[in-house]
Ligand binder design. Structure first.
Ligand SMILES: Cc1ncc(COP(=O)(O)O)c(C=O)c1O
Length: 285
């Protein structure tokens, strides 16, 4: 079994033990990242590590590893994984002080650090051919969705509702605006534009979202408007897709009882996902 990186050591997963006083366990006081590798080459390692640093900074935890140390950990996890496509999970919590107290421990204690790898399952060709279903749910999350916190209760409840409805994703709606998925960013093609919610406290700034926007800008692929999408406009969009590190650009062809466009993954999605696949090969390391 592939070893995990745990608090500075490489150990078997069953040997990595977290204290019952760990603040990640008690409070969900920690942050995480999911970093993909395709053909054993990391995609977006730098922006993912930048986002980790930012999440840690926002909650007042010092980054426990230097950039190079993180890259070394990622390289070893990718090399040791049983499959060529890999999903790396990183979690850092505020550690395990002796006493449970809401306030941050003062002085700080050592953070708990985990990095592990698992095989990355590609989205099935059948789903890519027909498109996936989504449902809309109220966004019950907190006011700092830009922090990649391990507090995922609203996200997992939303995703569970989607699974129960036979859907692949739940689209989170706040004050009539469709913002993002439970674990993805949201894009809609409306008239001639590609629309996605702007960065801010109500969405997580997805690495895939940004990579796609950078590629679109570089190659002038389609006009982009960064604005929240009113829910009725989403239902009437020509195309809808969601993006994430593990599912790339996933076409959505049904939302609740609405058929999106002609019910098939659209021309813009096909064009962008082909361009994105090529871009990934170009920039992966
Ligand atoms: C709430 C949320 N939005 C967006 C994303 C997509 O982010 P990324 O493209 O960095 O995987 C995720 C990924 O888990 C997420 O949890």
């Amino acid at each position: 079994m592939t070893q995990v990186y745990f608090n500075g050591q490489w150990v078997a997963p069953e040997a990595a033990k977290v204290s019952v006083f760990d603040r990640g366990f008690l409070f969900g006081d920690g942050v995480y990242e999911v970093i993909p590798a395709f053909g054993r080459r990391l995609f977006g390692a730098v922006p993912h590590l930048d986002r980790l640093t930012r999440s840690l900074h926002e909650i007042g935890i010092e980054n426990p590893l230097s950039r190079q140390a993180w890259l070394d950990v990622l390289a070893r996890l990718v090399a040791d994984c049983a499959t060529d496509d890999v999903s790396i999970y990183i979690q850092v919590t505020r550690g395990a002080p002796a006493k449970r107290d809401h306030a941050y421990p003062n002085p700080p204690v050592a953070p708990t650090v985990l990095a592990s790898a698992s095989p990355l399952q590609p989205v099935s060709p059948t789903v890519l051919k027909s498109g996936a279903r989504a449902i809309t749910v109220p966004d019950l999350r907190w006011g700092r969705c830009d922090i990649k916190s391990v507090n995922l209760l609203p996200n997992i409840m939303a995703r569970q509702q989607a699974v129960a409805a036979g859907a692949a994703e739940a689209i989170l709606v706040r004050e009539g605006m469709a913002l993002e998925g439970a674990a993805s960013n949201l894009f809609a093609v409306i008239d001639e534009d590609l629309i996605t919610a702007p960065l801010g406290v109500h969405i997580l700034g997805g690495v895939t979202r940004q990579a796609l926007l950078d590629l679109i800008q570089r190659d002038r692929l389609i006009p982009v408007v960064e604005t929240p999408i009113p829910i009725d406009r989403l239902f009437d969009a020509q195309e809808v897709f969601v993006t994430s590190s593990t599912r790339d650009l996933l076409p959505i062809t049904r939302i609740n009882e609405h058929v999106v466009g002609d019910g098939k993954p659209g021309e813009v999605w096909q064009r962008l996902s082909a361009a994105f696949a090529a871009y990934k090969r170009e920039v992966s390391q």
